[in-house]
Design a protein around this ligand. Structure first.
Ligand SMILES: Nc1ncnc2c1ncn2[C@@H]1O[C@H](COP(=O)(O)OP(=O)(O)OP(=O)(O)O)[C@@H](O)[C@H]1O
Ligand SMILES: [Mg+2]
Length: 364
């Protein structure tokens, strides 16, 4: 009934808020709005909103600037505290699982079950190996199923929804950054059947890593590591403030600072972040005996000059940059194609969020 209700995708990141609104027509999606509102440093720290009033005003201004009347907002969260894990449970119906998921989840959570909201997605049924099945009393094959478990602390959900409500809007779906990128990738590129693919979204604070097998998350984690870590190193190395570091990173020259030294500092921090991601890749390869064939990069760090080449060497896996608008119509009379192209990796999460519609399953 609410299937076609208009929603706004709002990606509240550490460095800026991104707004995306899409129109779903008979021939697919077209872009209605893309807006970005920078946030001053210290507004959001490590994913925690420290200055809610700044965020509320930024949201209000973004809606005003884009002249949006729609109140329904789809947003997302990220962070190292979120638990996303593939678990294996006896076969049961979705309703039965909804009843028992909290009990199942408890053993995987590093915090009290009462403090979290739990969501799940049934991935697939697995018939146990015949040998194993023979040990079953009735002799019938034992059927289990893989389930993707997601647990988020209630506090984190409330903290994310609050500034949206305080800005006079309605948060209708709360997604995760990793799933929003996945949604955006799959809409534009299709499900990677028979392929092992890693999606990495590198923003200001986090790198969200998602390893997909046949289009299904097999392993995912958010790690601390993004553009701000590069800024800190640039600030230290060249004795400059955050703002200057930000400009240096984007390729603006500065008297007395060699471009080569800046490039080396950026590459060295990317090396550290890659090292952590490589550890995840190796754990994945070791436990599944599957190789990762491709990495697709999104987020603001995808705009760092030469990053594809640096990461391709660091991972020894081909890296490409996402185009979240590959299958979305953009009217060149309304949007400057060059700007949209340049900002495309930054819009990936927002696009994934804007595609969600009311009635989709949301985190409870
Ligand atoms: N042209 C560019 N060159 C280098 N870095 C860039 C460029 N454009 C953006 N960035 C960097 O990308 C980061 C912002 O990316 P993004 O908008 O994806 O992050 P965020 O959503 O604000 O943060 P997070 O999701 O980690 O909380 C910043 O660190 C910014 O400096
Ligand atoms: Mg982000």
């Amino acid at each position: 009934m609410f299937g076609s209700k208009d929603v706004v995708g709002l990606d509240i990141g550490t460095s800026s808020i991104k707004l995306v609104r899409l129109k779903k027509g008979k021939k697919g999606y077209s872009l209605l709005n893309f807006g970005i509102m920078p946030l001053p440093p210290e507004t959001i720290v490590d994913g925690v909103i420290e200055k809610p009033e700044v965020v509320i005003n930024a949201i209000k201004n973004l809606f005003k600037m884009e002249k949006i009347k729609t109140k329904e907002v789809v947003t997302a969260i990220a962070g190292q505290e979120i638990v996303i894990k593939k678990i294996n449970v006896p076969k049961m119906t979705e309703d039965e699982l909804a009843e028992s998921i909290r009990a199942e989840a408890e053993q995987y959570l590093p915090f009290d079950i009462d403090e979290v909201n739990v969501d799940f997605q049934i991935i697939k049924e697995i018939t146990a190996e015949k040998k194993e099945a023979e040990t079953e009393e009735e002799g019938a094959p034992k059927i289990n199923m893989d389930v993707l478990l997601v647990a988020v602390r209630k506090e984190q959900i409330e903290a994310r929804n609050k500034p949206i409500i305080d800005a006079g809007l309605r948060p209708v779906i709360l997604d995760l950054d990793v799933f929003a990128v996945e949604n955006s990738y799959e809409f534009n590129y299709g499900i990677a059947q028979g392929e092992v693919l890693a999606l990495i979204n590198m923003g200001a604070t986090f790198a969200n890593v998602n390893i997909l097998v046949d289009g299904i998350t097999e392993f995912t984690k958010d790690i601390a590591g993004g553009g701000n870590r590069i800024n800190h190193e640039l600030q230290k190395s060249f004795n400059v403030d955050h703002e200057t570091a930000e400009k240096l990173k984007m390729g603006a020259g500065l008297n007395g600072v060699s471009e080569k030294d800046v490039a080396n500092t950026i590459a060295s921090v990317l090396g550290e972040i890659s090292h952590e991601i490589n550890k995840m890749f190796h754990d994945f390869i070791k436990s599944t005996e599957k190789n990762i064939s491709r990495v697709v990069l999104s987020g603001g760090c995808a705009r760092i000059s030469g990053i594809e080449k640096i990461l391709t060497e660091n991972f020894d896996i081909p890296v490409e940059i996402i185009d979240p608008y590959k299958n979305i119509k953009i009217n060149p009379k309304i949007f400057d194609p060059e700007y949209i192209h340049n900002m495309a990796p930054v819009a990936a999460i927002g696009v994934g969020l804007a595609m969600r519609r009311l009635g989709d399953k949301a985190a409870k």
